[in-house]
Write a protein that binds this ligand. Structure first.
Ligand code: 2RA
Length: 330
């Protein structure tokens, strides 16, 4: 069977990547249709599926599609998801609009593909969650997670194509001694780090930080795991790094943990400190696997603690790849 696939938000960073991933993974596409805002409608873009003319997403006829990837905005998803699913079309939503809705499955296929059930609407997790979830879940199954503390080093791609352009422009202007003006981020991101992603919440964490807490608990079906996160934007292009500390129920040996992490689907072990091998954005860029390394016993939690570093392509495992993997599971 082949499918009629629509990408809503096809001109954005995630939409463009979904096209590439569908092609690269030989997804059985009968017809690919690309949708974006009215402003982009009518433009033709080259894709591995041939030249395709962009259509107005607001006018989409979902009875003509089997699967639609939503990658526009949360508000747009809220306005359009019901229209699509009522017409019999599966929706894989990249926004946060439905992630915390108990009726909507939130899926990382390596972990909880079963959660899809017969739902026509499936939520794709936030990139920061998806990247950490793969190694964390393997460790949870084997050792039982008691506490999780995460600190992130997030790429500009998290703010879409505009975020990446801002980094390029600011770096150029800074080096040429010109004025550096920020629009996308709260401060200039070139030669800077910004501990502020998404809005501050009542508990003084940001929404990005709370997404990691809420989403990890939902994906793992573990509503009570204590998780804390600090999210920081750094001047890299498209890979999020995350430093992760865990306390476990059962004793954990770093050598065994390393063996385990080296065997799980979706992970590439990069852990050979004698040869300076560890996860880095430069290596993890455009890679499907999440790199995991710097695995060591945590000094605070002793033989019940582990500390490690992960790097995952924000646009791939953090968005487009995970979305296509969900489609593969429908
Ligand atoms: C960010 N996690 O990195 C967001 C994107 N979904 O800004």
């Amino acid at each position: 069977m082949r499918y009629k696939v629509g990408i809503m938000g096809a001109t954005g960073a995630v939409g463009r990547e979904i096209i590439e991933v569908l092609h690269d993974r030989n997804f059985p596409v009968e017809e690919l249709r690309l949708f974006a805002s009215k402003r982009s409608a009518g433009k033709t873009i080259e894709t591995p599926f041939g030249a395709i003319t962009i259509e107005n997403a607001d006018m989409a006829d979902y009875s003509q599609l089997n699967i639609a990837f939503f990658a526009i905005s949360g508000d747009w998803s809220k306005e359009n998801a019901d229209k699509a699913t009522s017409a019999g079309c599966y929706v894989i939503d990249n926004s946060s609009a439905f992630r915390y809705d108990d009726k909507v499955p939130l899926v990382v296929p390596e972990i909880n593909a079963d959660a899809i059930g017969d739902s026509k609407l499936i939520a794709n997790p936030n990139c920061t969650t998806a990247i950490a979830a793969i190694p964390l879940y393997a460790l949870h199954k084997e050792y039982g997670l008691k506490k999780v503390i995460i600190s992130t080093y997030q790429a500009t791609s998290g703010a879409g194509a505009a975020g990446m352009s801002e980094l390029t422009e600011e770096t150029k202007n800074y080096l040429e001694g010109k004025e550096v003006k920020n629009k996308v981020f709260t401060y200039p991101i070139a030669f800077n780090t910004i501990p502020h992603i998404d809005n501050f919440q009542e508990n003084d964490y940001t929404r990005e930080e709370m997404k990691v807490v809420w989403e990890t608990r939902k994906i793992f079906s573990e509503p009570d795991i204590p998780i804390s996160c600090t999210c920081v934007r750094i001047p890299t292009m498209r890979v999020h790094g995350e430093s992760i500390v865990i306390e476990t129920e059962r004793t954990i040996d770093p050598v065994d943990a390393k063996k385990l992490l080296g065997q799980i689907e979706g992970v590439e072990l990069k852990d050979d400190i004698e040869n300076n091998i560890y996860p880095m954005p430069l290596n993890a860029t455009k890679k499907y696997e999440v790199e995991v390394g710097r695995i060591r016993r945590n000094l605070v939690f002793g033989d019940h603690g582990l500390e490690f570093f992960v790097c995952g392509d924000q646009i791939l495992k953090g968005a487009a790849l995970n979305a296509v993997q969900i489609a593969e599971n429908l």
